[in-house]
Write a protein that binds this ligand. Structure first.
Ligand code: ADP
Length: 494
C-alpha cells in the first residue's frame, strides 16, 4: 500500500490531555498508522494543563500572526511547537496561543461549570491557524483527518475558503464523529468569524441549525468522507432524530460516504498480564490471581470482603448518556441483591449527589469515588467481577472492551459499540461474553443484573464466560487497516 501523509487532528490526545475516549483513540491510532509506514502529524492545542514534563522536548518551529476574520486589524499570535517521535515517522504539533489555551480546563470554565464562552474563537483560531501553519511548514497532507466539532472547521475550510488554494489542491478530508451529542453550536453572529461568504449561511443550509451556527452539521456536509466509531452507531445515527441528535437528515444525505470503524484497545496499556497499575498481574492461565486484586481493593476502600458476593464496577463520565438515571431508578432493588459496587466517575453534580446519597445508605455495599483517576480505573477493571455500562447511547465505548480483557463480565445495553462488542450469554451453554439488555428501561437493567448475579453464584459457567471475553481481540491493527483503506477511497474521490 502507498504510504500517505496524514494530518490527524484532535482536541485531546493521550498522554497530553484527556477528558474521554477521543484522547485514547488519538493517542494510539496515529501511532499504529505510523508503524504501518504512513507519515503522521498529530495536532492538538497546547493547553496550559499539559504537564510541563511532557513538553520538555517540544521545540518552537515558528510563530505566525493569524488574522481574525471579523476584525481584520486584530492579530492572534500562533506559536507552533513540535515533538518528533524518535522511532516512527510521527510528529506531534501543538498550536499555542496564551489567551485561548492557557486555561485550567479544556472546554469548560471551572468557575461557571459551563463551556467557555469563546469556544468558537478558540477553535476557529486552532483550525485556521493550523491550515496556515502547514503552508509555513511546507508539508502538504494527502489526508486531513479531523475529529469532532473542535476540528470540524478543517474539512469545512478545505471545501470553502481554501478550495482554490493550490497548496491544498490534492488534500482530502475525513471527519470522524466520536459522539453525535456534541455539535459545537454557537450564536449565528459567530458565522462572521469564519470569514466565509455571507450567502453560505441561510436557514436549513449547511451551517444553520435551529437558528444557530453548527460546526458538526457543516462538517458532515463538506467532508469528503465521514466516519464514526462503530458500525452499529453509524447505522443508528442515521435512523432516528434521537440517535442523530437532529442531524439524522444531513447524515442520511451523505449515507454513501459514512462508515463505521470500531475503536481498538491499546493492549500495551490495558492487559492484566502486564498492567503496571494493578497490584497483581494475571491472565487467562492464572485467573485465580484476579481475586487478589479484589481483596486488596476491598481493603483499600474499606468495604467488607464477601467472597461469594460479586463486585460490580462502574467507571464513567457522570453524564446522562451513561444510563445513571436507570441505576437511580433501581437503586433499592439493586442493593437488595447480594452485590457490592464501586463507582469511579466525575461529571454532572446531580449524579455526584445521587451517588453520595446512595453510598451513605448502603455503606457496606457501595463505594463511590468522585474523581478522575487512571490508576484506580485499572485497578477496578482488575478487581471487579462485573462491569456495568447501561448507556442510553454509546458511539463505541472502551470500558466494556477493557473489561473483557480483565475477565470482568460486562452488563451492557444493546446500543452502538456495546452491541457490536458484547455477545449475550446463553446460560445453558455458557456461550457469550456478557449480559445484554435491549430497552432503555430500569426493569430490563435489573433483570440483566440478576441474570449475571445468578450465573456468578453457579461459578462453573461464569469462568467460561470470563475466559471467552479474555480471549477476544480488539486491538488497533485491524481498525487501522480499515482507516488506511478509507483514506485511499477518499483520495480516489473527485
Ligand atoms: P466516553 O468517551 O464517552 O467518556 P469511553 O468508554 O469511550 O467513554 O471512554 C472513556 C475513557 O475514559 C476510558 O478510557 C475510561 O477508562 C476513562 N474514564 C472515564 N471516567 C474516568 C474516571 N473517572 N477516572 C479514570 N478514567 C476514566
Amino acid at each position: 500500500m502507498e504510504n500517505l501523509k496524514i494530518l490527524y487532528v484532535a482536541s485531546e490526545v493521550i498522554p497530553y490531555a484527556k477528558t474521554g475516549g477521543l484522547a485514547d483513540v488519538a493517542g494510539v491510532l496515529p501511532r499504529v498508522l505510523a508503524e504501518m509506514g504512513h507519515e503522521l502529524k498529530v495536532v492538538m492545542p497546547r493547553y496550559g494543563s499539559i504537564p510541563p514534563i511532557l513538553l520538555e522536548q517540544a521545540k518552537v518551529a515558528f510563530a505566525v500572526d493569524i488574522k481574525r476574520m471579523d476584525q481584520p486589524d486584530t492579530l492572534d499570535r500562533l506559536r507552533l511547537y513540535r515533538i518528533k517521535d524518535e522511532t516512527l515517522p510521527l510528529e506531534y504539533l501543538f498550536i499555542d496561543n496564551e489567551k485561548y489555551f492557557n486555561r485550567p480546563e479544556l472546554y469548560r470554565n471551572p468557575k461557571t461549570g459551563k463551556d467557555y464562552i469563546d469556544n468558537d474563537d478558540r477553535f476557529i483560531f486552532f483550525c485556521r491557524g493550523l491550515l496556515e501553519s502547514l503552508k509555513k511548514l511546507l508539508w502538504i497532507p494527502d489526508i486531513i483527518h479531523a475529529n469532532d466539532w473542535q476540528a470540524a472547521l478543517l474539512p469545512i475550510f478545505l471545501a470553502t475558503a481554501y478550495r482554490k488554494d493550490p497548496f491544498y489542491a490534492r488534500t482530502k478530508s475525513v471527519f470522524t464523529i466520536h459522539n453525535m451529542a456534541y455539535h459545537g453550536m454557537f450564536p449565528e453572529e459567530s458565522f462572521d468569524k469564519l470569514g466565509l461568504p455571507a450567502n453560505l449561511y441561510y436557514p436549513t443550509g449547511p451551517f444553520e441549525f435551529w437558528g444557530k451556527l453548527n460546526f458538526m452539521k457543516a462538517a458532515i456536509y463538506y467532508a469528503d468522507l465521514i466516519t464514526t466509531v462503530s458500525e452499529n452507531y453509524a447505522v443508528e445515527i442515521q435512523s432516528s432524530d434521537e440517535y442523530g441528535c437532529g442531524l439524522d437528515g444531513v447524515l442520511k444525505s451523505r449515507t454513501e460516504d459514512i462508515f463505521g470503524i470500531l475503536n481498538g484497545v491499546d493492549y500495551n496499556e490495558w492487559s492484566p498480564a502486564t498492567d503496571r497499575y494493578i497490584p497483581f498481574n494475571f491472565s487467562s492461565a492464572n485467573i485465580a490471581r484476579k481475586r487478589d486484586n479484589k481483596v486488596e481493593l476491598m481493603i483499600h476502600l474499606g468495604l467488607p470482603l464477601r467472597d461469594k458476593t460479586p463486585l460490580i464496577g462502574m467507571i464513567t463520565r457522570l453524564a446522562d448518556q451513561k444510563g445513571l438515571d436507570l441505576v437511580a431508578d433501581i437503586a433499592d432493588d439493586l442493593f437488595d441483591l447480594d452485590i457490592q459496587m464501586v463507582v469511579l466517575g466525575t461529571g454532572d453534580l446531580k449524579y455526584h449527589k445521587l451517588l453520595e446519597k446512595l453510598e451513605k445508605k448502603y455503606p457496606d455495599k457501595l463505594k463511590v469515588m468522585l474523581a478522575y483517576d487512571n490508576k484506580m480505573a485499572h485497578w477496578i477493571e482488575a478487581a471487579a467481577d462485573m462491569f456495568l455500562m447501561p448507556s442510553r447511547y454509546e458511539p463505541c465505548g472502551l470500558n466494556q472492551m477493557y473489561s473483557l480483557k480483565y475477565g470482568t463480565v460486562p452488563i451492557v445495553r444493546s446500543t452502538g459499540g456495546l452491541a457490536d462488542t458484547i455477545d449475550d450469554v446463553d446460560e445453558k451453554s455458557g456461550d457469550g461474553t456478557g449480559f445484554v439488555f435491549d430497552k432503555y428501561d430500569p426493569e430490563e437493567l435489573l433483570s440483566a443484573i440478576k441474570r449475571a448475579v445468578d450465573l456468578f453464584a453457579g461459578r462453573k459457567n461464569w469462568r467460561r464466560v470470563m475466559k471467552e471475553g479474555m480471549a477476544r481481540d480488539y486491538s488497533w491493527q485491524q481498525s487501522a487497516h480499515k482507516y488506511a483503506e478509507l483514506y485511499l477511497r477518499a483520495l480516489n474521490k473527485n
